[in-house]
Design a protein around this ligand. Structure first.
Ligand SMILES: *Cc1c(COP(=O)(O)O)cnc(C)c1O
Length: 414
């Protein structure tokens, strides 16, 4: 028995139940992944014990000599991975990374232009319920309602009219490649700062499978736990001229002591992402997403924008008479975890929605390939096409468990 099971069986039981849930089900939430044993080991290490306020070589606490090595390693590896001039790896989260970019550039009350949450954007890009919507004026662009893709001429026209101080690009639920160079040109024309938030697609950018914002925009923010497959956290990359302002905005601007066990685990994650096998992993994520999308399409389900370029797809369930909420709950009963999601021209509340977001990073980490995607697509369609049929749902659950058992969670990424 582990010492946790002895000392706190209540929490040990929770972890074990969750381990079984992760092992026996299929995780299709686009923002989730399964970290390597090395990342897991580092997040659970003794590096959690110590304060290290400040930055390498300039700490407010003694005894940070090994923490300095860890943080420098994480920063250097991140710069190498993306070709960035400067990296801050202390951001506790993606939202905090965005906050630091705003704090180091624009003023309270300035105008942010960003993508609508309901059409793919993120809360931290100016939603009225987020600090970003409360502190700044916000104007938002969406996707073209015909193509369901970004229209850069429309975005440029909006920027000329609105003259924002900050343009945010990047999304949480957009299945197509984003043209960062186009955003850079628009921002330059209207004299705005521009940040690319690559929280979702960071891995694909690192692997060279999606165009990179690093050379064309001054700021790039990311999470480290989505396609990058590291510990939960954030990171910022920027041009050298903004390095000091970004570092100050994170600490002491909005955070206290860094989570050094997480920063060391970020170093491990970036090290993994620098290996050739990581590029193969990312290629497979996209192949899997495209195979799954094609299967769902063939089963008569409508894909927003008709398909995917990246790791995720959005299903529009409105013509099936289903809500995202119903679909999420029923697929959960079948052992498949997804999330309801708003879609372009959404008519329902964000708690109900007409759509479903489906992503392949986690199942690809388990080693699944095109053949399994076809199976999973059929599972999803079977459930959604006969949503009241309890027997069918139970039968799919058995098949899901059988498939999951062939791909044990830590067999591939370790
Ligand atoms: C997930 C996400 C974030 C936020 O990350 P947290 O770590 O949950 O704060 C920010 N931006 C985008 C586009 C995201 O998808």
């Amino acid at each position: 028995m582990s010492s946790l099971a002895n000392t706190d069986p209540e929490v040990a039981d929770i972890i074990e139940m969750e381990r079984l849930r992760q092992t026996n089900g299929l995780e299709l939430i686009a923002s989730e992944n399964i970290v390597s044993k090395a990342v897991l080991e580092t997040t659970g290490s003794i590096l959690t014990n110590k304060y290290a306020e400040g930055y390498p070589g300039k700490r407010y606490y003694g005894g940070c000599e090994y923490y300095d090595i860890a943080e420098n390693l994480a920063r250097d590896r991140l710069c190498q991975l993306f070709g960035a001039e400067h990296a801050n790896v202390q951001a506790h989260s993606g939202s905090g990374a965005n906050m630091a970019v705003y704090f180091s550039t624009i003023n309270y009350g300035d105008k942010i232009m960003s993508m609508k949450l309901s059409e793919g954007g993120h809360l931290s890009h100016g939603s009225p319920v987020s600090f970003s919507g409360k502190m700044y004026k916000v104007v938002q662009y969406g996707v073209d309602h015909e193509t369901e893709r970004l229209d850069y001429a429309d975005i440029a026209a909006m920027a000329r009219k609105e003259k924002p101080q900050m343009i945010v690009c990047g999304a949480s639920a957009y299945p197509r490649e984003i043209d960062f160079k186009a955003f850079g040109e628009i921002a330059e024309e209207v004299g705005a700062y521009c940040v690319a938030d690559i929280a979702h697609i960071a891995g694909l950018v690192a692997a060279g499978l999606h165009n990179s914002p690093i050379d064309v925009l001054p700021f790039t923010t990311t999470t480290t736990h989505k396609t990058l497959r590291g510990p939960r956290g954030g990171a910022i990359m920027c041009k050298q001229e903004y390095a000091q302002a970004i570092d100050k905005a994170i600490f002491p601007g909005l955070q206290g002591g860094p989570l050094m066990h997480i920063i060391a685990a970020k170093a491990v994650c970036f090290g993994e992402a620098l290996k050739p096998s990581y590029k193969e992993y990312c290629k497979q994520i996209i192949k899997n997403a495209q195979t799954l999308a094609a299967t769902l399409d063939a089963e008569g389900l409508r894909l927003v924008s008709g398909g995917t370029d990246n790791h995720l797809m959005l299903l529009d369930l409105s013509d099936k008479g289903l809500t995202g909420l119903q679909a999420e709950n029923t697929l959960h009963d079948a052992g498949i975890t997804v999330n309801k999601n708003t879609i372009p021209r959404e008519t329902l509340s964000p708690f109900v929605t007409s759509g479903l977001r489906i992503g392949t990073p986690a199942i690809t980490s388990r080693g699944m390939k095109e053949e399994e995607m076809k199976q999973i697509g059929t599972f999803i369609a079977t459930v959604l096409n006969d949503i009241e049929n309890k027997q069918k749902i139970a039968a799919v659950r058995k098949e899901v468990e059988a498939l999951a058992s062939k791909f044990p969670i830590y067999a591939v990424t370790e």
